[in-house]
Design a binder for this molecule. Structure first.
Ligand code: GLC
Length: 664
């Protein structure tokens, strides 16, 4: 491998090459000095073998960082400094601020466009969320574009949604209100109509090298042999034949999403420039779409390879120099032990946040079975994180529910993995006798019997069926299930996230079937448009919408001031000896004030009661149920020393000493 010159010599050379050398911002230079060695090391590790002149490459990266920092708006620079100060003063990173809650939405479905979004901010404030993830708003081809995840211009804004200026203004408006903006960086692939792909089709060598292209079909077949299929039903295989190129192009997701070849240093430079520009528009959190897939190597699954981690580390080290306020959210829907690797990455940081996909699946597992053993046994060791990182905890998002959790945990809970998965699929697709759910199977693979699940939170929780059947009691239970899942996402660990429409109990939306661009992707059934009538009903007391919105908002509001619910505060699952309950002890972080909270949840439609002295022995004495009040009775019965949990009830029992104070 070609070695770069010593870091010091290289920085000196770089400074000499910049005409504005002495005028460079001192804070920028300090950050660059601090990160330079990491950047050079990672760049060499990833790209050394492909670079004729590694020094020149590293200097190009430094140039990009200087240019991006120079054009970073002053208010964002001030924000960076404030965020750095927080950490220096021991207050922890901004994205783990206690009380944060998140919301994700397709802009068009939520508010029409950027202009309409402004009018919907009060709804978000009422719900109590402060992080807003607006799903891909970039130009993309007409027709099927995978919900905007086939990007044809990373720096543009889809004209139907607004303009680049409106995007930046939206970020400013959110910041003014103490909120944050999250957006996607779809870095694994671009649309087949992206100018890079068009140039590759025209035969331009430079751009052909941006993709994984095989002239020999057999070689492509060999390369793809160990790669799983993401959309086996609608986009089988991992390569697409492109006639004008007379070659096979790697397309892991859809045929129109071309995988970028990140082993090409030019691809890195392009994406780094894009990332820094998006950060300069005021985006606070970049969601790294499909991040496990970044690096491909023949003979492997082409997921979670070490180089994929190095790319993210390198991007983060660069962002820390030019836009240090930016946080990365890993979209890594893989095995739990692999997800944590995107967060817990040693000395150079990688992602700061990741979706807690395993918790999400475990919640649905417990809801279908009414039993909590799989949840209680899985939600343990492997989900503990490194300091400075946190989970995004959620019940539903815009994607399907994949049953990707450890078989061993299913076995330990007394289920047979294959039969258990079958049961869950049957249950949520409504085929299982007595099921309350109205979902559909997504990407059913007849060969393996595998499938994933689509459906809105409300429909999977039984609301659609109950309302259709005019069954009020069943609707009441469904409402309780919806609030319970959101309540657990808000109190087990991490930052809770609400998917647009779930806060109103919106049912499956079947209009996707009438749109040919959407019709072969049933994930659209759980991406409903925010129904203005449902929104209006949410303001009327006693309606289903107001009960759901009110229930979730109340939980988020109360959670805000409870130190034990800080996103990275410790948790411990207790095993109460009742297979229908979840008990989780939350403690304030070491050194933080506050009391411990026992989170208790009932996953059945009946009442459950539990004597507390046994489970709490040595942990503290229950003093009150923080969720009691209004319509909600206290679950604490002092006379009998029990908690009594009604159907699908959630309780937050505050504990007074004695007990451990070490935050363990
Ligand atoms: C992510 C998105 C999903 C999309 C895929 C391909 O998983 O969440 O909606 O289909 O990436 O970009």
């Amino acid at each position: 491998m070609v070695q770069a010159s010593s870091t010091r010599a290289l920085i000196t050379r770089w400074l000499g090459s910049r005409t504005e050398g002495s005028r460079l911002d001192p804070t920028f230079l300090a950050r660059l000095g601090y990160r330079f060695e990491a950047i050079a090391g990672l760049a060499l590790r990833l790209y050394g073998p492909r670079l004729d002149d590694p020094d020149a490459f590293i200097l190009r990266v430094a140039d990009l960082l200087a240019t991006a920092h120079a054009s970073r708006p002053p208010e964002l620079r001030a924000g960076d400094a404030a965020r750095e100060r927080r950490v220096a003063q021991g207050e922890g990173p901004w994205y783990l601020e206690p009380g944060l809650a998140a919301y994700m939405a397709y802009l068009d479905r939520f508010a029409g466009n950027f202009r309409g979004f402004r009018e919907r901010i009060p709804h978000l404030e009422r719900l109590g969320v402060r992080i807003v993830h607006l799903m891909p708003f970039f130009p993309c081809p007409a027709g099927n574009n995978d919900g905007g995840y086939a990007v044809s211009d990373y720096l543009g804004v889809d004209a139907r949604l607004g303009t680049v200026a409106e995007l930046a203004e939206t970020a400013r408006e959110l910041h003014r209100r103490g909120m944050y903006l999250a957006a996607d960086l779809v870095l694994n692939h671009c649309s087949d109509e992206h100018p890079w792909a068009l140039a590759a089709r025209r035969g331009e060598r430079r751009y052909r090298d941006y993709f994984h292209v095989f002239s020999d079909g057999a070689a492509a077949e060999r390369f793809g042999r160990a790669m799983p299929e993401v959309f086996p039903e609608t986009a089988p295989g991992n390569f697409t034949f492109v006639p004008e190129m007379d070659a096979w192009v790697m397309t892991v997701f859809h045929r129109f999403q071309w995988d970028l070849d990140w082993s090409n240093p030019e691809v890195f430079i392009e994406m780094l420039g894009i990332l820094l520009e998006l950060a300069n528009r005021g985006i606070d959190i970049l969601r790294l779409d499909a991040v496990p897939y970044l690096w491909k190597r023949e003979g492997t699954e082409c997921r979670n390879l070490d180089e994929a981690h190095d790319i993210v580390r390198l991007l983060k080290a660069c962002a820390d120099v030019a836009a240090p306020g930016l946080a990365f959210l890993a979209e890594a829907i893989v095995q739990p032990s692999e997800i944590v690797r995107y967060l817990d990455s040693g000395s150079v940081e990688e992602c700061q946040l990741a979706y807690h996909a395993s918790l999400m699946v475990l919640l649905w597992d417990a809801l279908a079975t009414g039993k909590t053993a799989v949840l209680s046994h899985s939600f343990g060791e492997e989900t503990r994180l490194a300091p400075g990182t946190g989970w995004i905890s959620y019940a539903r998002c815009h994607d399907d529910i994949g049953l990707g959790y450890d078989e061993e945990k299913i076995l330990r809970a007394g289920f047979t993995p294959r039969a258990h998965r079958r049961f869950l699929l049957d249950f949520y697709s409504g085929r299982y006798p007595g099921s309350f759910a109205r979902g559909r199977l997504f990407m059913e693979d007849p060969r393996s019997g595998d499938a994933r699940i689509s459906g809105t939170c409300a429909s999977l929780c039984g609301l659609e069926k109950a309302l259709e059947e005019g069954d009020e009691a069943a609707a009441d239970l469904a409402v309780k299930r919806i609030v319970l899942l959101h309540g657990l996402a808000a109190s087990l660990t991490g930052i809770p996230l609400v998917y647009s429409g779930d806060e109103l109990g919106l049912p499956n939306d079947f209009s996707w079937l009438d749109d040919p661009a959407l019709a072969d992707d049933n994930r659209w059934m759980h991406r409903p448009r925010l129904d203005p009538e449902a929104l209006a009903r949410s303001e009327v007391e006693g309606t289903i919408e107001s009960r759901i919105l009110g229930g979730v908002a109340r939980i988020l509001r109360l959670r805000k001031d409870i130190p034990a619910f800080a996103p990275d505060a410790p948790f411990e699952i207790l095993h109460p000896g009742d297979e229908h309950l979840v008990l989780c002890l939350r403690s304030p972080k070491a050194g933080a004030a506050g009391t411990r909270i026992l989170v208790a949840a009932n996953f059945t439609a009946g009442n459950r009661s539990l004597r507390l002295p046994q489970v709490l022995s040595g942990l503290g004495v229950p003093s009150r149920d923080l969720l009691a009040g209004g319509d909600a009775p206290s679950c604490l019965d002092f006379a009998s020393g029990r908690i009594v949990l009604g159907p699908y009830a959630l309780a937050w029992i505050e504990l007074a000493g004695p007990g451990r104070t070490d935050g363990a």
